[in-house]
Design a binder for this molecule. Structure first.
Ligand code: SF4
Length: 281
């Protein structure tokens, strides 16, 4: 009997048929103590419904097989960026919605507050219903979004809305960004800014408890998944953040400039729809 047959037997996928002469040879061989996983004087349990040859083979070989059953590998879950290390983060993690909103609007934790105060700008907390099926997370507000205190406006926002409308999910959507203040000159978020602002986003997620998360763009992804993999890799599988199904996709602004990736983003939206459907069962 080969190893494959033994494993199949342990998984309950037998009966295992053994040629009589091989069986006799196996039964004649003493079992090496070093190979016995669990010492026992009692005979191996007798499997039901098998031929006498298969039963004898099972009894002869049972001591060679570890009693541990096969355990499937866990679903891919990337680590949440979550030891809350400092006092400020702990305080934010205990805030209710109103306190959180107020804390964001007066925040001076990173240098972006200076630009905000100089230009008379304002923070963009987020928009949408608290009872959200989907929480969309982008990178940072642009000038229009800052003025209207609403994320995902303009052509990029329309594109996102249209994509969500095609799966019938454009109503129960809460939208926000990693950064609540606008970086100057449309530049990318910087690591120190993301680090200071991330506790606000994490508390928003905890308070809203959306059924699914849609992360658009690499900065959103890096913050919650702590991964340096590109969007093109992480978007291929359903991810998780604290048990919430999470879909990674391209930033809608990027899609406006890179039409070929639109069809890929469409697949991401379909993945989101499937995750949402599963969460309702
Ligand atoms: Fe505070 Fe975030 Fe604005 Fe920085 S970007 S000042 S951390 S609210």
């Amino acid at each position: 009997m080969n190893r494959r047959a033994l494993i199949l037997d342990e998984l309950g996928l037998s009966p295992v048929w053994v040629r009589k002469e091989i069986l006799a040879e196996l039964q004649a061989k003493p079992v090496e103590p070093a190979h016995v996983a669990v010492a026992s004087n009692s005979p191996a349990p007798r499997p039901q419904g098998f031929s006498p040859v298969a039963v004898a083979a099972h009894q002869a070989l049972a001591p060679l097989v570890s009693p541990a059953k096969f355990t499937p590998p866990p679903a891919q879950t990337l680590p949440a960026n979550d030891p809350i290390e400092d006092e400020r983060s702990l305080r934010i993690a205990r805030m209710n919605w109103q306190e959180l909103n107020a804390a964001v609007s007066t925040c001076t934790a990173c240098p972006l507050c200076e630009a905000r105060q100089k230009t008379g700008g304002q923070t963009v907390f987020g928009s949408g219903p608290m009872q959200a099926n989907i929480m969309v997370i982008g990178e940072a507000p642009d000038a229009d979004e800052e003025t209207q205190q609403t994320p995902f406006l303009g052509d990029a926002g329309k594109l996102l809305n249209n994509m969500l409308a095609t799966i019938g999910e454009d109503e129960q959507v809460y939208k926000t960004n990693i950064l609540k203040c606008r970086p100057p000159n449309k530049r990318n978020p910087q690591a120190a800014e993301v680090l200071q602002c991330a506790p606000f986003l994490k508390r928003q997620i905890e308070l809203i408890q959306p059924k699914t998360l849609l992360l658009t763009g690499r900065f959103a992804m890096k913050t919650l998944l702590e991964s340096d993999e590109p969007v093109s890799v992480l978007r291929e599988k359903l991810q998780q953040y604290k048990q919430i199904p999470l879909v990674v996709s391209y930033n809608p602004s990027y899609l406006l400039r890179n039409l070929p990736d639109k069809s890929r983003a469409w697949h991401d939206i379909l993945r989101l729809k499937a995750a949402l459907k599963n969460s309702r069962h």
